[in-house]
Design a protein. Structure first.
Length: 279
C-alpha cells in the first residue's frame, strides 16, 4: 500500500484530531427513499451489515422507520420487530447504532447490544445517559418531515447551530460522555439551506461537539446534479471533501466501500491534522 506523502505545499488540512469515520446505513424498512437500501428480510439486512463491517465501517446504523419527507409513521412495536434480530446479530460483529425517535425502541435496541442512539428527534439523551451509550442529536423542525415545501429560516446556520448547542449541552449535563450533533441535512431544509449549512461545516465542527453528517444520495444532490437517487453516488462522494476538510467526525452513508476509498485518497494527498508539522 502506498503511504501518504509527508510534505505538501499547501492544501485543505483536516480540522480534526482523528480520521473521518464511516457509519453505514442499514434500513429495515419498505419505505426508504432508495430502493437498494431497503432490507425487508432480517437475514438480508444482517448480511448487508456484516459486509459493511468487512469493508471497514466504524459503525452500522440500523433503522426501522423511514424519515424521508412524506414518510408514514411506524408504530414503535413494529419498528422494534423489524430491527431487533438485526441489532442483536450485528452487535456481535461491531459497533451498532439504532436510528430511532422512539424511546422504547432505543432502550430495547441498547439492551440487544446497540452502543449509539441516533436520534432524529434530539430528545433521547436521558436514555443514552441511563445506559452509558453514545448519543447523536439532530436538528429538525418537525418529524415526520412534511413533503409540502420547506420552512423559512431567517438564518439557517444560526438556528441549527443554536439548536444543536442546546442538545449537546443538555446531553453532556445529563451525563452522556460520547455526544455527536447532526445538522439534519435534508430534514426540512431547502436545497439552498443545505448548501449554506455545508459551507459552514468548519464553524459547526469548531463548536466543540463532534459532528455527524448525513448527505448520502439525498434529494438536494439531485437538485444540483439532475440525477435520480440511483445515480447520486458521484455527488455524494463529492461532499466527502468538505466534510473531511471541515472536521466532521462521522459520515453516515449508503456506499461504504466507495466512501472509505475516497477518504483514503484525501488522506493520501493532503495528510491529516496529525501531519500538521509536516506542512
Amino acid at each position: 500500500m502506498i503511504e501518504a506523502i509527508g510534505t505538501v505545499a499547501q492544501g485543505p488540512l483536516r480540522q480534526a484530531a482523528r480520521p473521518l469515520r464511516v457509519m453505514g446505513i442499514l434500513n429495515a424498512t419498505t419505505d426508504s427513499f432508495w430502493t437498494k437500501s431497503r432490507f425487508v428480510a432480517a437475514e438480508d439486512a444482517i448480511a448487508a451489515g456484516a459486509r459493511m463491517f468487512e469493508l471497514g465501517a466504524w459503525a452500522v446504523d440500523v433503522g426501522g422507520e423511514s424519515t424521508r419527507p412524506g414518510a408514514v409513521a411506524v408504530p414503535a412495536a413494529e419498528e422494534l420487530d423489524r430491527i431487533a434480530p438485526i441489532v442483536a446479530e450485528l452487535a456481535g460483529l461491531g459497533r451498532v447504532s439504532v436510528d430511532t425517535r422512539h424511546p422504547e425502541v432505543a432502550e430495547a435496541a441498547v439492551r440487544l447490544g446497540a452502543s449509539i442512539i441516533n436520534d432524529v428527534s434530539g430528545t433521547l439523551y436521558p436514555l443514552a445517559s441511563r445506559f452509558g451509550v453514545g448519543y447523536v442529536g439532530m436538528h429538525s423542525r418537525s418529524l415526520p418531515v412534511s413533503a409540502d415545501g420547506y420552512p423559512r429560516y431567517d438564518d439557517v446556520y444560526d438556528e441549527v447551530s443554536r439548536h444543536l448547542s442546546g442538545i449537546a449541552s443538555a446531553a453532556y449535563s445529563g451525563g452522556v460522555s460520547d455526544v455527536w450533533v447532526d445538522p439534519g441535512i435534508g430534514f426540512g431544509k431547502s436545497p439552498a439551506d443545505n448548501l449554506r449549512l455545508l459551507r459552514r461545516l468548519p464553524e459547526l465542527c469548531a463548536s466543540g461537539t463532534p459532528v455527524l453528517l448525513g448527505v448520502s444520495r439525498k434529494s438536494f444532490i439531485g437538485e444540483v446534479t439532475g440525477r435520480s437517487v440511483e445515480r447520486r453516488l458521484a455527488g455524494s462522494l463529492a461532499l466527502i471533501g468538505p466534510a473531511w476538510a471541515g472536521g466532521v467526525d462521522i459520515i453516515r452513508v449508503h456506499d461504504v466501500e466507495e466512501t472509505i476509498d475516497t477518504i483514503a485518497m484525501l488522506e493520501a494527498v493532503w495528510g491529516s491534522s496529525r501531519d500538521a508539522d509536516c506542512l
